[in-house]
Design a protein around this ligand. Structure first.
Ligand code: GTP
Ligand code: MG
Length: 471
C-alpha cells in the first residue's frame, strides 16, 4: 500500500472519529418567574468558559480527571432568536456595587462548544479530543404557565379563573375588572376599545397578584410580559363568568364571539408556537424551584408555587397522548429538580431543602418517573452571595449566614442572620402561624473576570445533566 493511500485512509478514519465524537445536547432550563433560571445559565456558562483552569468543580468527573479542555461560545443554531445576554449578566455582576442579571423579557439562546478528552482508552490512545455542543435556552418563567391553556376552551378557562377567585385576597383585587366584565353586553356587536380597556384592568390585576400576593399562577403569561405582542389585539381578552361563557354564540361579531376568537388565537399562535419553536428536541431538563421566597410570603403563595410547578411538570407530558404528545418529541431522558438559592440557608439545612423540594414536586416527579426518566433532587446556589458565620440565639451560638442585604447596597454593611429553619416536609399549620422563615435578598458577590463565580453544587448539577456524555 503506498503512502498516499495510507494517508487517505488515515484522513477518513480521522473524519469518522470526528463524526463519532461530536455530540449535541439541548438543555431545557425550566422554572417559574424568579426561580433563578437566568442566574443559573449565567453561572453555568461562566463555569464552563473558565472551566479548564477552574478548580471549583470537584463534583464534575470530567474536570476532576483533568479531561475537560475548555469551552467557547459558538454561533447559536436558531438565527431568529436573541442571543442569551451572558456578557450583560457578567457586566452586572462585575459592576460596583454588583447587580444580579436582569429579569428576562423574551426567549434567548446560547451555544457552547465543550472540548474534552474521551474516557475510552482507544480514543485516548489515538490522542483524539471530542466535542459536545451544548445549547441552552432562557425565557420568562411566566410564559411557561400558559401550556395548560392548550387543553382548555374559553369557557373552561373562565371556570378555572372563577375557581381561583375563591381566594378572598384575589377576589378583592379582582373587583374592578370583574365589575367591568359583568357590565359588558356580550351579545352586542364587539366594542374593541371596551374590550381593550377591560383587558388592561385584568392585566393590572395579574401584576398585583404577582407583586402583592407573591402568586405565580399568572394566566395568560404574556399579559404581564408581552414582549413583541404589547398592544396587540390578541392580548385584548379576559375571563367572564363561566355560565355566560358557555352560552351559545348567536352573533358572530359579538363581544363574546371576539373573546372566544382571541382566546383561541392566543392558544394557537402564541402558546403553541412558543412551545413548538422552543420546547422540542430537548435532551435534558433542569427544573429550578425557589422554595424559600414562598416560605417567606406565606401559605397561599407556597401552595400556589407548588401547584404551578406541578402543573408545569404535568404539562411536560413525557409520552402521553393528546395535543402535548404531538407538540413535543419526548426525548428528555434525565431531569434534575434543583432547589435554588441554597446560600440563603446554612449548610446543615440543605438536606431539609432537598426533602422539602421532594415533597413539593412529588406529584409531578411520579409522573415523570413513570415515563422512565432518570430524576434527581438537589439544593444549589448558582451564584453564592453569602458566607457562613455564627450568630447568638437565646444565649446559644448557632450557624448563620453573612452577606450584604439588597437593602444595604448603599452602606455595603455586612449582616449576619439566622433565616430560620427550613421545614423538611410540606409546612404544617403551625409553621405558618409562627411564620418561621425570613427571606431577604442578598446582593450578589463582586465578580472577577478571571475567576469563576462562587456557587454551591453547580458542579453536581453539571455531572448529573451532562456527565454521561463525556464517557
Ligand atoms: N442568593 C442568591 N440569590 C439568587 C440566586 N439565583 C437567583 N437569585 C435571586 O433571584 C432573583 C431572580 O433570579 P433570575 O435568575 O432572574 O430568575 P428567573 O428564573 O430568570 O426569572 P424570570 O426571568 O423572571 O423568569 C435574582 O435577581 C436574585 O435576587 C442564587 O444563586 N443565590
Ligand atoms: Mg430570567
Amino acid at each position: 500500500m503506498n503512502l498516499s493511500r495510507l494517508s487517505s485512509i488515515k484522513t477518513k478514519a480521522d473524519d469518522l472519529a470526528k463524526l463519532t465524537m461530536d455530540k449535541q445536547l439541548r438543555l431545557a432550563v425550566t422554572g417559574l418567574s424568579g426561580a433563578g433560571k437566568t442566574a443559573f445559565i449565567t453561572s453555568l456558562v461562566n463555569q464552563l468558559l473558565l472551566g479548564a483552569e477552574n478548580h471549583q468543580l470537584p463534583l464534575w468527573q470530567l474536570a476532576r480527571e483533568h479531561r475537560f479542555l475548555g469551552s467557547k461560545r459558538t454561533p447559536q443554531p436558531h438565527l431568529h432568536l436573541a442571543s442569551f445576554d451572558y456578557q450583560g449578566g457578567m457586566d452586572a455582576l462585575q459592576s460596583q456595587p454588583p447587580r444580579w442579571p436582569s429579569p428576562t423579557h423574551g426567549v434567548s439562546e446560547i451555544r457552547l462548544k465543550l472540548r474534552y478528552k474521551p474516557q475510552s482508552l482507544v480514543w485516548r490512545k489515538l490522542n483524539h479530543t471530542a466535542t459536545l455542543n451544548l445549547d441552552i435556552v432562557d425565557y420568562p418563567g411566566e410564559w411557561l404557565l400558559d401550556l395548560p391553556l392548550l387543553n382548555m376552551n374559553y369557557a373552561q378557562w373562565c371556570e378555572h379563573i372563577a375557581l381561583s377567585l375563591k381566594d378572598s385576597r384575589k377576589a378583592q383585587l379582582a373587583e374592578q375588572w370583574q365589575a367591568m366584565a359583568q357590565a359588558l353586553a356580550l351579545n352586542d356587536n364587539a366594542d374593541e376599545s371596551q374590550l381593550a380597556d377591560i383587558a388592561q384592568h385584568y392585566t393590572d390585576y395579574l401584576h398585583q397578584c404577582k407583586a402583592e400576593l407573591g402568586m405565580h399562577h399568572i394566566q395568560p403569561g404574556r399579559f404581564v410580559l408581552p414582549g413583541e405582542l404589547a398592544g396587540a389585539p390578541v392580548l385584548a381578552f379576559f375571563p367572564i363568568s363561566p355560565e355566560l361563557a358557555n352560552a351559545k354564540v348567536t352573533n358572530k361579531n359579538s363581544n363574546l364571539a371576539l373573546l372566544i376568537k382571541r382566546f383561541e388565537y392566543y392558544k394557537e399562535h402564541v402558546v403553541k408556537q412558543f412551545y413548538q419553536q422552543h420546547f422540542v428536541k430537548f435532551d435534558r431538563q433542569i427544573v429550578l424551584v425557589d422554595c424559600l421566597s414562598p416560605l417567606n410570603s406565606g401559605h397561599d403563595s407556597f401552595c400556589d408555587m407548588q401547584l404551578a410547578v406541578n402543573q408545569i411538570l404535568h404539562s411536560f407530558n413525557y409520552g402521553q397522548s393528546g395535543v402535548l404528545r404531538r407538540l413535543f418529541s419526548p426525548k428528555i431522558d434525565k431531569l434534575l429538580f434543583a432547589a435554588t438559592k441554597a446560600d440563603h440557608v446554612t449548610p446543615e439545612q440543605h438536606q431539609h431543602l432537598v426533602n422539602l423540594l421532594g415533597e413539593v414536586v412529588a406529584e409531578g416527579k411520579r409522573h415523570v418517573k413513570f415515563e422512565g426518566i432518570n430524576t434527581e433532587i438537589m439544593a444549589l446556589a448558582s451564584i453564592k452571595a453569602t458566607q457562613t458565620g455564627k450568630a447568638q440565639l437565646n444565649g446559644n451560638t448557632i450557624n448563620a449566614i453573612k452577606g450584604i442585604l439588597q437593602n444595604d447596597v448603599d452602606s455595603q454593611q455586612l449582616t449576619t442572620l439566622f433565616p430560620g429553619e427550613v421545614p423538611a416536609s410540606l409546612p404544617k399549620h403551625t409553621f405558618w402561624q409562627q411564620q418561621g422563615f425570613e427571606f431577604s435578598p442578598f446582593q450578589p458577590p463582586q465578580a472577577n473576570p478571571y475567576q469563576a463565580l462562587p456557587h454551591i453544587r453547580i458542579d453536581q448539577a453539571i455531572e448529573f445533566l451532562l456527565g454521561d456524555k463525556f464517557k
